[in-house]
Every structure is written in structure tokens, then in C-alpha cells.
Design a protein around this ligand. Structure first.
Ligand SMILES: Cc1ncc(COP(=O)(O)O)c(C=O)c1O
Length: 385
């Protein structure tokens, strides 16, 4: 073949789950029935009122054309009210909020908007793999910073301060953290804002898990002066069971939003209007919605803990987000060895922590996005294997 890919993808591998799901599909085609406890894909539907809004507005003939690049005002207003109601943060819907096709695309747009080739980016380890792969795609230099269990998986600011930060332009942070389930504290957010201001680093807080098993959703914009140096991503994927809808947002100071629009408006042509109106409806749901979402996750969490106990893993019971992150026993060679054995012998797929960086080299992760029946079946299979 004489057609070669661009150099920028040489460092970027196919997304782990994209490869693993293909493998699982092949096993299923061979008649092997696999339970997938790997991926954080909410299995429950959105609120019925959200579906009704989607249906009703899809029935209106005028709602099928291209939409504005910056989202319909109803959605931007709904995001602003959601931030006010749940995070006690004021955002100007006209200038400080940009709806996104999921927060994942925001990681790309932000990187395209702010990073030149060679600029350095601080990426958490362990962390969401997209931060590293997108940094590679834009030819920035990834500098990983360790999150350690002994420090509640929070950045070690002494270590960061000891680094040469002169070329660092941007830092990814994500609390409630995936994969570790650690939560932010107001003090941590304050430290991040101070760190960003001191070193002229754009702090990007990726916040899609704020409502899952978390009684106190926090936004980095609660910190005084955060808009000078921070960006925040949020999403309806997890909080409203709408992962496949692809609705998220970025919040930032107007100048920063304008830079991101320069990229985004050249990449896509807006979101389907009924979907935006239905997302606005979802954002207006009251506290009962979140209580019910979390009731299900709490019930499932008990069973995921049981699986971790059966595998000899240790874990904190104080995790937020839709996963359980646990340390494998000393007797296990590696997380892959453990998860491959469970896949082979029990036909249950669990994620090895090493896919999130070397900080996950002794950990595994179970998703809470399966019913209690499926989790109970997994327990049966593992105990019979
Ligand atoms: C930490 C983190 N950020 C962002 C995303 C992307 O979410 P979205 O569905 O909003 O694109 C995920 C999805 O798994 C995630 O775990």
C-alpha cells in the first residue's frame, strides 16, 4: 500500500475499548456469551419528559435544518440555570457557554484552540486516555503527572512546582476522577486556580461525573477568579443517561469561548434542534431525577464491591462516578493477567487499570452500568470459575 497515514497518528493507538469491543464481538459471534462490565455507558433511559420533548419537537416541520454553531438559546439558558441551581455558579448563557457534541469533542477543540506543536500539556496518570491521545494528535508534548492513592489521587503540587513549567500551556484535571473515583475538595480547586494563575497555565476541568454518587457537585468556577485561567467541560452523558445523544458543554470566559468556536464552527454544523430542546428539558429536571439515578447506582455498587471482594481486591467505599476502582491482590501478576483470566474463565469483561496509564498498573475498574441481574450473574460466573 502506497498510502501512508500522517505522522501525527503514529503515536496514537486505536482507542482501547474500540479494540476490546471488537474482540468481545468476535467471541460473541463464536457463541461465547460475554458480560461486559467494562464501559461507562449508562444503560437506563433518559427521563420520559425528555423523550416526549424529543418526539414533539421532531414532529415540527421547521426543526430539521442546520442549526446555529453556538447552540439554540434554550439550551444555553438551560445550561446556565443548571450551573446556577446545582453548582451555585453564574455563567452568561450568551457568551460563556458553548454546547458540544459530548464533552469528548471538547477535549479536541480545546487542544486545537490553545496548543501549538511542542507546547507542553499536563495529563493525569492514571487518567482518561483521550487527554493523552488528543495531545499527541495536535503534536503537543504530553507531560504526565502522577495521581497517587496515598494523596487521595490528587495532584502533588510540590512535585509540580519542582518541574520546569515554562513550556506548559494547559493542564487536564478531572474530578470526580475517572478512573479512581476520587472527588475534588474546594481546597483542591482553589489550589488548581492558584497554580494556573501563577504559571499562566490553562486549567481544564473535565467534570462529567459530578452528579453520580456525589452529594456535592463542584465546579472549578466556584473559586474566585477561576474564569481568568480555567475552562470546564460538562456533559449529559452520565448525569442524564444520554451518552448516545452526544450533548455536552464547555464553559469559559468569553474570549476563550470565541477561540474554541473558531475551531468548532469549522468542524461541525450544529446539533439537531429537537435534541437540543430535549437536552434543555433534561437540565431542568429537579432533584428527584438525580436521587433516582443514584439509587440504582448505589444498589449496583454493593454487587460490584462483592465482585471485587471475590477477586481479592481492595478499594475505597467512598468513590464518586459510575465505576469501582480497586487494587488487585499482591498475588496477581498484573491487572491484564487478572482481567484476561476472568474473561476466559468466567466470560466477564472487566477493565484493567493499566489502560489509564502506569498509575493504574495495580488496579482494575468495574462499571456500574449493568443491571443488578447482570451483576448477580457475573458473581455466579466468577464463583463457578
Ligand atoms: C473523564 C471523561 N471525560 C469525558 C468523557 C466523555 O464524555 P462525553 O460522553 O460527554 O463525550 C468521558 C467518557 O467516558 C470520561 O470518562
Amino acid at each position: 500500500m502506497q498510502i501512508h497515514p500522517a505522522n501525527r497518528i503514529s503515536e496514537v493507538k486505536e482507542y482501547y475499548f474500540s479494540k476490546k469491543l471488537r474482540e468481545i464481538d468476535q467471541m460473541r459471534q463464536q457463541g461465547i456469551d460475554i458480560i461486559n462490565l467494562g464501559i461507562g455507558n449508562p444503560d437506563r433511559p433518559p427521563h420520559p419528559e425528555v423523550l416526549k420533548e424529543l418526539y414533539n419537537s421532531s414532529s415540527e416541520l421547521g426543526n430539521h435544518g442546520y442549526q446555529s454553531y453556538i447552540g439554540v438559546p434554550e439550551l444555553r439558558n438551560a445550561f446556565a440555570q443548571w450551573y446556577k441551581a446545582h453548582f451555585k455558579v453564574t455563567l452568561n448563557p450568551a457568551s460563556e457557554i458553548l454546547p458540544l457534541i459530548g464533552s469528548k469533542e471538547g477535549i479536541m477543540h480545546i487542544s486545537m484552540a490553545f496548543l501549538n506543536p511542542g507546547d507542553e500539556v499536563l495529563v493525569p496518570n492514571p487518567g482518561y486516555p483521550t487527554y493523552a491521545s488528543v495531545s499527541n494528535l495536535v503534536e503537543a508534548k504530553m507531560i504526565s503527572y502522577d495521581l497517587e492513592e496515598e494523596q487521595d489521587w490528587q495532584p502533588d503540587f510540590d512535585k509540580l512546582e519542582a518541574m520546569d513549567l515554562s513550556k506548559v500551556k494547559l493542564m487536564w484535571v478531572n474530578y470526580p476522577n475517572m478512573p479512581t473515583g476520587a472527588n475534588a475538595t474546594p481546597e483542591l480547586l482553589e489550589k488548581l486556580v492558584r497554580f494556573g494563575k501563577k504559571h499562566n497555565i490553562l486549567i481544564c476541568n473535565d467534570n462529567p461525573y459530578s452528579f453520580i454518587l456525589n452529594d456535592n457537585p463542584l465546579s472549578i468556577f466556584r473559586v474566585e477568579g477561576a474564569k481568568e485561567t480555567c475552562i470546564e467541560l460538562n456533559s449529559l452523558s452520565k448525569s442524564h443517561n444520554m451518552a448516545g445523544w452526544r450533548v455536552g458543554m464547555v464553559a469559559a470566559a468569553p474570549e476563550l469561548i470565541q477561540y474554541i468556536i473558531r475551531v468548532k464552527s469549522n468542524v461541525d454544523s450544529g446539533m439537531f434542534k429537537p435534541l437540543q430542546l430535549a437536552a434543555a428539558k433534561a437540565l431542568s429536571l429537579d432533584k428527584d431525577w438525580y436521587t433516582e439515578v443514584n439509587r440504582a447506582y448505589k444498589e449496583r455498587r454493593e454487587l460490584a464491591w462483592k465482585i471485587m471482594d471475590m477477586l481479592g481486591c481492595s478499594y475505597s467505599k467512598n468513590q464518586s462516578g459510575m465505576f469501582i476502582w480497586a487494587k488487585i491482590p499482591d498475588s496477581a501478576e498484573s491487572p491484564e493477567q487478572l482481567t484476561d483470566a476472568v474473561l476466559k474463565n468466567a466470560r466477564v469483561f472487566i477493565t484493567p487499570g493499566s489502560i489509564f496509564g502506569k498509575g493504574g498498573n495495580r488496579h482494575i475498574r468495574i462499571s456500574l452500568c449493568s443491571t443488578t441481574a447482570v451483576l448477580n450473574e457475573s458473581i455466579q460466573r466468577i464463583s463457578n470459575s
